[in-house]
Design a protein around this ligand. Structure first.
Ligand code: AMP
Length: 308
């Protein structure tokens, strides 16, 4: 990572990921490439943020596929650190963004949010980006990283980017490839959110009613939470005012999924941010692409790339 930082110049955009890219990841890369001189993508399946060893073991990995997709976006550098490079000695330091990290995902995935915060802080320190591009798909994580950067004084801008959905509304996630027969049940998550969005835009501002709509529509699987919270503080709200996120998490068959919509009420009236819908099937379901582009430089050896 030291070499990666030394080779980057100008305004540097960072896209931190766990890999197995889909259009959600690619949208962050496109945005960074269009706004920055250099774009660095990190691919690190962070053991600290997996509370379940089986979930970590089966997380999809295909570095060659990811390199090809990143190169099509114009990414300059892909960094694939191993745990030994991230933390040469077992770290005694962890980062907790208490009030934000302890709620929702923090309750249902103990240790997860501290794991995210610790690794993101490590990446910010090592790569010193000017901008970090994160998806609103992980709205709590976006709030956590924004607050972390503010509190620790990292001189960078955290840029929140739109949530990208498959054509039928399912929020893109690398884990969607494991849904199989459970996919129709998973669609109830986004369906409930879309119905809540319409209710909000036609005047319903009570959080409990909107949360209830999401719960009513989702009947399959195990709903962990459906909650409206302030987009910056992640504090629960009872009425939608300002910028709010209505988020949901559920276990469906073998997969745990999260999804959300943004709800904004200001002087212009209520607006829902439903995210962006793909116009064709996701690359998640493609055969691995053959690269015709110059791949980004990487520290990953197998493809014909040089080490930074
Ligand atoms: P992950 O690899 O799942 O840790 O995600 C890496 C980054 O991609 C995070 O900033 C996520 O919020 C973002 N991301 C993941 N899925 C989506 C999506 N469907 N739409 C937009 N951003 C996403």
């Amino acid at each position: 990572m030291v070499a990666a930082r030394e080779s980057a110049h100008g305004v540097v955009g960072l896209v931190p990921t766990m890999g197995f890219f889909h259009e959600g990841h690619l949208s962050l890369m496109h945005r960074s490439v269009s706004e920055c001189d250099q774009t660095v993508v990190t691919l690190y399946v962070n053991p600290l943020q997996f509370e379940d060893a089986a979930d970590l073991a089966r997380y999809p990995v295909d570095h060659d596929r990811d390199l090809a997709l990143a190169s099509e976006c114009g990414v300059d550098l892909m960094v694939i650190p191993d745990p030994g490079e991230m933390f040469p000695t077992a770290p005694l330091t962890t980062v907790s963004v208490a009030a934000i990290g302890e709620r929702l995902e923090g309750v249902h995935r103990p240790g997860h949010m501290d794991g995210v915060a610790t690794v993101v802080a490590r990446l910010f320190a090592a790569l010193q980006p000017d901008r970090a591009y994160l998806g609103r798909k992980d709205a709590q994580q976006l709030a956590l990283v924004s607050r972390l950067a503010h509190d620790l004084g990292f001189p960078l801008e955290v840029v929140g980017c739109p949530l990208v959905r498959e054509q039928d509304g399912l929020a893109l996630s690398s884990r969607n490839v494991f849904l199989g027969e459970h996919r129709p049940a998973a669609l109830a998550l986004s369906r409930g959110l879309m119905e809540a969005a319409t209710m909000f835009e036609t005047g319903e501002c009570r959080a409990a009613v909107l949360e209830g709509k999401v719960r009513d529509v989702f009947r399959a699987g195990e709903l962990e939470y459906a909650e409206a919270f302030d987009a910056a503080t992640v504090e629960p709200v009872s009425r939608i005012e300002g910028e709010v996120v209505l988020a949901v998490a559920a276990r469906i068959g073998p997969v745990r999924l999260i999804d959300n919509i943004g709800l904004l009420l200001d002087a212009k009236g209520p607006r829902a941010d439903r995210g962006v819908f793909l116009e064709r099937p996701s690359v998640l379901y493609d055969e691995p692409p053959a690269t015709s582009h110059q791949p980004p430089t990487t520290n990953h050896q197998p493809p014909p790339c040089s080490s930074p």
